[in-house]
Design a protein around this ligand. Structure first.
Ligand SMILES: C[S@@+](CC[C@H](N)C(=O)[O-])C[C@H]1O[C@@H](n2cnc3c(N)ncnc32)[C@H](O)[C@@H]1O
Length: 321
C-alpha cells in the first residue's frame, strides 16, 4: 500500500483521527476479498515496473513508453489496464497503451486552467479524484502536495497503479470521501470539488465540510452539473436524473453560487457554463457501458430521458472566508 506521509505538512489536521480512519480503511481493504482479487492483486502484480518518462502537460497523460517493458511485461500491463475498466477519466497513454476513457477530461482541465490559482508549493486537495487524471495534470504546476480523496476501490487502485509507475512522490490518495474532510482542519490552500455536489444528499453540508479543510483565504474550484436558468433554484428529480440514481439536487449556476456563499465562501465567481455533449462523454473501447447519448431524449436533446432539462456544466471559484 502506498501511503507516504504528507500529514507532517498539515499541523492543524487531526492526525490521530486521520490515522484511525486509515486503519479502518486498511482493514476494510484487507477484508474485501472480491476487491482484493479485482483490484489490489493486479496493482501488486505490476508494482515492480517503473516508467522512464512522463508527460502531464498535454491532453493525454503519458506514463512510460513501450520500450520500457519486455513483451511479457507489456502483456501483463495491458491485462491489468483492461481489468481496471470501465475507465471514466482520461485520456492516458500507459507504456504505449492508448486508453481512451469515457470522459475527455482534458476539456474540463482546459476550462479550469485560465482560472487556476498559483498552486506552486501549495497543498492541494482533489475531492472525488477518480483515477487521478487532474492530479497528474497539476504536477507541472509544481504543488508541494496533492491529496486525492476517492472512496471507490477501482478508482483508488487504478490511481495507485498509475502513480506507482510514475513515481510522483508529491501525489497521495486517501480512500476517504468529502464527509471526512472536517478532520483535515485548515489543511489545504486550494481545493478542487468537481463532479461531486449533485451526488450529495446535503450539498451545503458538504461545502461546509470542505471549508473546514481549507486555510483562510484558500481557493475553492467547484464544477458541477447544472440546469439552465437565471433563478436561484435546484431541480430535485423524483428518482433518477439522466439515468443516474445517485443524483439529488441539480442547481442553476446562481443557486450553486448561493450555496457557496451560505457555506461561508466569499468573492464567488461563475467563470464558465457550457452544455454537456457526447463529444466529451461517450462510450469507448475502454468504457463499454451506456454514456451521454443514452441519457438524453433522442427526439429532443434539450431534455434528459426522464423529461428534465438536459445538463449544463458550470464552474465557480470562491475563497474560504
Ligand atoms: C462524477 S465523478 C467526478 C470525478 C472528477 N472529480 C471529475 O470532475 O471528473 C465523482 C467521483 O467522486 C467519487 N466519490 C464517490 N463518493 C464520494 C464521496 N463520498 N466523497 C468524495 N468522492 C466521492 C466517485 O467515486 C467518482 O470518482
Amino acid at each position: 500500500m502506498i501511503i507516504k506521509d504528507y500529514l507532517d505538512l498539515l499541523p492543524a489536521a487531526d492526525h490521530d483521527e486521520i490515522l484511525a480512519l486509515r486503519r479502518d480503511y486498511l482493514k476494510k481493504l484487507q477484508s474485501d476479498k472480491k476487491g482484493v482479487v479485482a483490484h489490489r492483486l493486479p496493482f501488486e502484480s505490476v508494482r515492480h515496473l517503473k516508467a522512464s518518462c512522463l508527460d502531464f502537460a498535454n491532453d493525454v497523460v503519458t506514463i512510460g513508453r513501450r520500450e520500457d517493458l519486455s513483451r511479457d511485461e507489456f502483456d501483463l500491463v495491458t491485462k491489468v489496464m483492461r481489468g481496471f475498466m470501465p475507465w471514466r477519466k482520461g485520456p492516458y497513454n500507459i507504456f504505449g497503451i492508448d486508453i481512451d476513457a469515457e470522459w475527455r477530461s482534458c476539456r474540463k482541465w482546459d476550462r479550469v486552467l485560465p482560472f487556476l490559482p498559483d498552486i506552486k508549493d501549495k497543498i492541494v486537495a482533489d475531492i472525488g479524484a477518480s483515477n487521478g487524471y487532474y492530479m497528474f495534470r497539476m504536477v507541472p504546476h509544481r504543488p508541494q502536495a496533492v491529496i486525492g480523496f476517492e472512496p471507490y476501490l477501482q478508482h483508488y487502485f487504478t490511481f495507485q497503479t498509475l502513480n506507482n509507475f510514475a513515481g510522483c512522490d508529491n501525489l497521495h490518495m486517501e480512500f476517504l470521501g468529502v464527509e471526512h474532510l472536517g478532520r483535515f482542519a485548515a489543511a489545504f490552500d486550494v481545493v478542487f470539488l468537481m463532479g461531486i455536489l449533485y451526488h450529495r444528499i446535503s450539498p451545503i453540508e458538504s461545502l461546509k465540510e470542505v471549508k473546514k479543510s481549507m486555510k483562510r483565504g484558500g481557493v475553492l474550484m467547484v464544477e458541477s452539473q447544472a440546469i439552465p436558468g437565471d433563478e436561484p433554484v435546484a431541480l430535485f428529480p423524483e428518482r433518477r436524473y439522466a439515468k443516474a440514481p445517485g443524483t439529488y439536487f441539480i442547481p442553476t449556476a446562481r443557486c450553486l453560487k448561493n450555496w457557496m456563499l451560505r457555506a461561508g465562501f466569499i468573492d464567488v465567481e461563475i467563470f464558465c457554463t457550457h452544455p454537456m455533449s457526447s463529444k466529451e462523454q461517450r462510450q469507448t473501447e475502454w468504457m463499454t457501458f451506456e454514456s451521454y447519448t443514452d441519457f438524453i431524449d433522442p427526439q429532443n436533446p434539450s431534455l434528459t430521458v426522464e423529461g428534465y432539462p438536459a445538463p449544463l456544466r458550470v464552474f465557480l471559484k470562491g475563497f474560504a472566508g
